[in-house]
Design a protein around this ligand. Structure first.
Ligand code: SF4
Length: 333
């Protein structure tokens, strides 16, 4: 599987003319480069650029440097991350900043194996950072980039061994000495031109060599997201002081270690203890579609491991999942 050797130069020329102006794209020599790239890479995992931008501004306004971020704490970071979702990223970002400041003098290690030991940093992010920070010849294989390559080859993405493909094509891919720009240009090109549903082939700089464009039998590249449907019952202890009892979640797969009421998959918990039905609603988290039945009970006694929280509390971080429950339960008062 060989790409056309003109691909990198054409994509870079397109990038120079058409790239978006994004706040984390600072100058190549900027001292903020590592901090801005690390922050944006964490924030952009599973999240769209336009959602990330205001959060990025808030973070960089409050924490001017990686060192300043590393001195923060989980409560503060989670509060600032509130609404962005996938909160494990916030915890990993903080842990990552502490390690980089303490053990690497606020620099990125040069070895990919060292980088991949950082919390929350996998193959994709490690390659992206090495390319972006050190101009190393790297390809960060996210969904956009895989699509650009598989369309140019008009081959099903699942049938490509990308590591082998990059190795075989490295002489064609890394010819410009602009590896940092190329990492980003490929992703940008996939996001703006070679889009999942509606590739802009007529305006594309690669159409002369792209096998997808030229073929009468185009290989589809849209993957269906596997959505799992789950039914949950949520049981809320409430009291007359407008408080709700929460406990650290270690039972269900999402929102691990965050404070939530009692949550059970339907029919695994007895509902005969004076629980009253409050509401049914739907909620999506990642690839889960939740059908939720909310129950409540006024009580001053709560099980061990539970603590009372004010329903009006908003200074502390509360995940949006729990906030929604707060809103529903508040309607009782
Ligand atoms: S010609 Fe179409 S399919 Fe090929 S790279 Fe360009 S946008 Fe993608």
């Amino acid at each position: 599987m060989h790409i056309n050797s003109t691909l990198p130069k054409k994509i870079l020329a397109w990038y120079d003319n058409s790239k978006r102006s994004l706040p984390w794209r600072v100058g190549k020599k900027s001292p903020k480069k590592l901090y801005y790239r690390l922050l944006s890479e964490f924030m952009l995992q599973q999240t769209q650029v336009k959602t990330v931008i205001p959060y990025f501004y808030n973070f960089t306004k409050k924490f001017k440097t990686l060192k300043a971020l590393s001195k923060s704490n989980e409560t503060e970071i989670l509060k600032m991350w509130e609404g962005l979702g996938y909160y494990r990223r916030a915890r990993n970002l903080l842990a990552c900043s502490k390690i980089l400041v303490k053990s690497y003098n606020s620099k990125l290690p040069y070895s990919i194996n060292e980088i991949k030991k950082l919390p929350g940093v996998g193959d994709y992010t490690a390659n992206a950072l090495l390319g972006l920070i050190y101009n190393e010849p790297r390809i960060a294989l996210d969904g956009n980039v895989k699509r650009v390559f598989s369309r140019n080859l008009n081959t099903d993405e699942n049938k490509i061994n990308f590591e082998r493909f990059i190795e075989k094509n490295k002489k064609k891919l890394f010819t410009t000495n602009r590896n940092d720009d190329f990492v980003e240009a490929l992703m940008e090109f996939g996001a703006l031109i070679c889009k999942p549903r509606d590739p802009n082939c007529l305006k594309c700089c690669l159409k002369k060599t792209c096998k997808y464009f030229k073929s009468s039998r185009k290989v589809k590249s849209i993957k269906k997201k596997m959505i799992k449907k789950k039914n949950f019952d949520i049981f809320c202890y409430v009291n007359n002081k407008k408080q709700i009892a929460l406990t650290k979640n270690n039972r269900i797969s999402f929102l691990k270690n965050f404070n939530v009421p009692e949550i059970r998959e339907v029919s695994s918990f007895p509902k005969n203890q004076n629980w009253k039905f409050l509401k049914n609603y739907k909620k999506s988290i990642s690839n889960l579609k939740l059908n939720i039945n909310l129950y409540y009970k006024f009580s001053n006694k709560i099980p061990p491991m539970y603590n009372w929280y004010s329903l009006n509390r908003n200074k502390e971080f509360v995940p949006s999942f729990t906030k929604k429950i707060f809103r529903q339960v508040s309607s009782l008062f």
